[in-house]
Design a protein around this ligand. Structure first.
Ligand code: HEM
Length: 352
C-alpha cells in the first residue's frame, strides 16, 4: 500500500526532477524538463530509446506486478481535483519561492505577470472539468489571446530555474504566487497563496510513469511528459457585453461581484486607469466617470470594451460604485476572488 501511495504522490508532482519526498522513489536520474518559449515544445533530457508502445511492452515483461499495476491504476489515479486542504507546502518553503520571485519582479513587469495568472486559471469550466490553474499557459503562448505573455513567462522562468535547484515547484504554483506578489508590489493587498498545485500532464505519461515505478523496472526508460493544453476559447473576449461576461464567469463558478472585483486587475497596465504600476481603486473611480463618452483626446481611449460594458449593467454598477468609494473593500474582495481564481479547478498534491 505504501508503494501505491508513494507512486501516486509522484504522479501528482510535476517538474519532477527534484522530487524527494519519499526515499522509495527513483526517477530516471537525468530527467529534466524545460519549456522553450516561442516554440511551444518541451525539451527533455530523459533517455528515450523506444516508442511508448515499447516502454509499455517492456513494463509488461516485468511480470505480475505490472499486471497488478494496470488493474489497480484506476484506483490510484483519482488525482484530479482534490480538496485543497491537503498537500500544503510548508510556510518556509513558500517563503523561499516568494523570495526568488521577488528577485525577478519589478513594478513595470507586474501587469504582465498578473495577466498571466488569468490566462492560465481563467480557462476553467466547472461542467467540463477542464482548464484551471495548471501551468498549461506555458504551452499555449502561441494562441492569439495570449499574445504578449511570452516575456512575462520568461521572467518567471528565471525564478523557477533557481527554485527547482532546491525544490521542484509547478508552473501553476509559480504563476499563482507571482501574480499575488505583483499585486502587493504595486501597493495592493497581500494575498497568501497555498502551494501544491500540479501541472497538467497527459494520461499516457501518468500511465507509463505508474508502470515504471510500480514495477521497479530500473532499465525501463521514460519518455518526456506530454503536457496537455486546455481547450481553446474559454477566456472571455474583450468584445463581450456585460451579460456574456457574467455568463462566462458563472461557468467558471464566479459571481458578478467576483467578476467586477477581478476586473479591477485592469488598474494595472496601460489601459488608462490611473498609474499603470499602482494597484488601487482608480479603475472603478474612472469607470464611474465614463471618460470615453467625452469627445476627442486621450480620454476616449480609456478601457477595453469589456470594461466599458460592465458600467452599463445595473448589477455590476452596484459593485463598481462600492469599490470606487471604498478601496479597502475592493482589496478584501479582490484578495478573496484572486484566491478562488488560483485555487478553483487546480489539482493538488496529496499529503504523504
Ligand atoms: C473580465 C474579462 C477580461 C477580459 C475580456 C480581459 C481582456 C484583456 C485584454 C484584451 C487586455 C489587453 C492586453 C494587451 O494589452 O494586449 C488585458 C489586459 C490585462 N488584463 Fe485582462 N481581461 C479580463 C479579466 C482579467 C482578469 C480577471 C485579470 C486578473 C485577475 C486580468 C488582468 C489583466 C492585466 C493585469 C492586464 C494588463 C496587462 C499589461 O498591461 O501588460 N484581466 N485584459
Amino acid at each position: 500500500m505504501s508503494n501505491t501511495v508513494a507512486v501516486d504522490c509522484w504522479l501528482l508532482s510535476s517538474g519532477v526532477s527534484s522530487f524527494t519526498s519519499t526515499s522509495k522513489l527513483y526517477f530516471p536520474a537525468n530527467f529534466s524538463r524545460k519549456p522553450r518559449f516561442g516554440s511551444n515544445t518541451i525539451r527533455a533530457s530523459a533517455t528515450t530509446n523506444g516508442s511508448s508502445e515499447d516502454v509499455i511492452y517492456k513494463a509488461l515483461l516485468c511480470g505480475r506486478r505490472a499486471l497488478l499495476s494496470m488493474i489497480t491504476l484506476p484506483l490510484v489515479m483519482p488525482c484530479e481535483r482534490i480538496d485543497n486542504s491537503v498537500g500544503a507546502i510548508a510556510a518556509d518553503e513558500s517563503f523561499q519561492v516568494r523570495e526568488e520571485i521577488r528577485k525577478v519582479l519589478s513594478k513595470g513587469k507586474a501587469a504582465g505577470v498578473l495577466r498571466l495568472v488569468f490566462h492560465d486559471a481563467g480557462t476553467f469550466e466547472i461542467d467540463e472539468k477542464t482548464g484551471g490553474m495548471n501551468g498549461s499557459i506555458v504551452y499555449e503562448l502561441d494562441r492569439p489571446e495570449n499574445k504578449g505573455l511570452k516575456k512575462s513567462l520568461k521572467i518567471l522562468d528565471k525564478a523557477k530555474s533557481q527554485i527547482d535547484l532546491v525544490k521542484s515547484v509547478s508552473w501553476a504554483d509559480i504563476i499563482a504566487l507571482a501574480g499575488a506578489e505583483a499585486v502587493s508590489l504595486c501597493g495592493g493587498p497581500s494575498i497568501p497563496i497555498q502551494l501544491g498545485r500540479i501541472d497538467s500532464i497527459s494520461f499516457s505519461f501518468k500511465l507509463m510513469a505508474f508502470i515504471h515505478l510500480s514495477t521497479r523496472c530500473q532499465k525501463l526508460t521514460m519518455r518526456k511528459p506530454l503536457m496537455v493544453q486546455d481547450p481553446e476559447g474559454k477566456l472571455p473576449e474583450e468584445s463581450l457585453d456585460a451579460i456574456s461576461l457574467k455568463q462566462c464567469f458563472e461557468r467558471k463558478g464566479f459571481s458578478t461581484q467576483e467578476l467586477v472585483a477581478l476586473s479591477g486587475a485592469h488598474t494595472l497596465g496601460s489601459k488608462g486607469f490611473g498609474n499603470p504600476t499602482v494597484f488601487d481603486n482608480e479603475y472603478f473611480k474612472i469607470l464611474m466617470k465614463k471618460p470615453w463618452l467625452s469627445s476627442g483626446g486621450m480620454t476616449s481611449m480609456v478601457g477595453l470594451p469589456s470594461d466599458r460594458a460592465l458600467v452599463e449593467d445595473d448589477e455590476c454598477v452596484g459593485w463598481i460604485s462600492k469599490y470606487a468609494e471604498d478601496q479597502s473593500l475592493f482589496f478584501d474582495d479582490f484578495k478573496n476572488a484572486y484566491t478562488k481564481l488560483v485555487d478553483t479547478g487546480a489539482t493538488w498534491k496529496k499529503a504523504l
